[in-house]
Write a protein that binds this ligand. Structure first.
Ligand SMILES: Nc1ncnc2c1ncn2[C@@H]1O[C@H](COP(=O)(O)OP(=O)(O)OP(=O)(O)O)[C@@H](O)[C@H]1O
Ligand code: NI
Length: 268
């Protein structure tokens, strides 16, 4: 069975024009190849500017590679149209870091979650409403939250709304681009627990884009390390997480050691 998504030798170059004219082209991605199989949970790790979000945008078809190709279930994205394109759109969804920027402040929570159902499925209004209510419960919110506006939701609640919207069309792959980075540690743990539960119930593959190695071992079975647009390492996460590449070891060494407990707080 072909992978959900395959990237083959993709490269992406940006050239920015500033006030003083065009800057030298910058390679955001260089010769990146990877497959994402059904049910996999993959962490895409790398420092700021390493190319993580660029790869996410290419996999989601939001931008085209300058070289190489991305395929959905064996078909090149560039050749997808009509029903085949709608199937791809339904099957691959993304949650961004900035939930406020990703939601229309004038739409209710229910309308936000129902967006992909309206555009990508044939569900009628009643069926959409029932699906929205069950999605709200699935992400730990109340069905009546459907009537609220984004401004009436906390950051963590609005991120759950974005996750509910992303899983609404029952995708085969969910990409999370720093989706929990803005949340406090307690909320991060709650979201990770939610993602693990969704993975086991929906058998959905997850590509978790992050720079935070601590979150990786909690629910990823594979880790890909990016640096300067190139894959440095693509390894299974066993019981321990031993990264071997220089970049991987650097990231691992950078994890803040658990703060030493102040003597006064140590158990008597
Ligand atoms: N639209 C763009 N125009 C110009 N340069 C871009 C563009 N998008 C990304 N870049 C550059 O490509 C490189 C990779 O950016 P990207 O956003 O993919 O990194 P990232 O790993 O997601 O970083 P972060 O962790 O900060 O989100 C960076 O040097 C960035 O400046
Ligand atoms: Ni990014």
């Amino acid at each position: 069975m072909s992978p959900i998504l395959s990237a083959r030798s993709v490269s992406k170059v940006y050239s920015t024009t500033s006030l003083v004219g065009k800057s030298a082209p910058k390679a955001a991605l260089r010769d990146v190849s990877l497959d994402i199989a059904a049910g996999e949970s993959i962490a895409l790790l790398g420092r700021s500017g390493s190319g993580k979000s660029t790869l996410g945008r290419l996999l989601l078809g939001f931008e085209r590679p300058d070289a190489g190709s991305v395929a959905f279930e064996g078909s090149d994205l560039r050749g997808l149209s009509g029903e085949a394109y709608r199937t791809y759109r339904r099957s691959v969804q993304i949650v961004f870091q900035d939930s406020i920027g990703a939601t229309n402040p004038r739409h209710t929570v229910g309308r936000i979650i129902a967006e992909p159902l309206r555009h990508l499925t044939t569900l009628d209004a009643d069926a959409r409403e029932r699906r929205v209510r069950s999605l709200l419960m699935q992400v730990g919110l109340a069905p009546d939250d459907a009537r609220k506006l984004p401004t009436q939701m906390s950051g963590g609640q609005l991120q759950r709304v974005c996750i509910a919207r992303a899983i609404a069309p029952a995708p085969k792959l969910l990409v999370l681009d720093e989706a929990v980075s803005n949340l406090d540690l307690v909320l991060q743990m709650q979201m990770i627990a939610l993602l693990r539960e969704l993975q086991s119930t929906l058998k959905m593959a997850v590509l978790f884009i992050t720079h935070d190695l601590r979150l990786v071992r909690l629910f990823c079975s594979r880790v890909i390390v990016l640096a300067e647009g190139r894959i440095q390492e693509d390894a299974a996460v066993g019981r321990g997480l031993e990264l071997r590449s220089a970049e991987g070891r650097l990231l691992q060494a950078a994890i803040l050691p658990a703060r030493p407990v102040h003597r006064s707080l140590e158990p008597a």
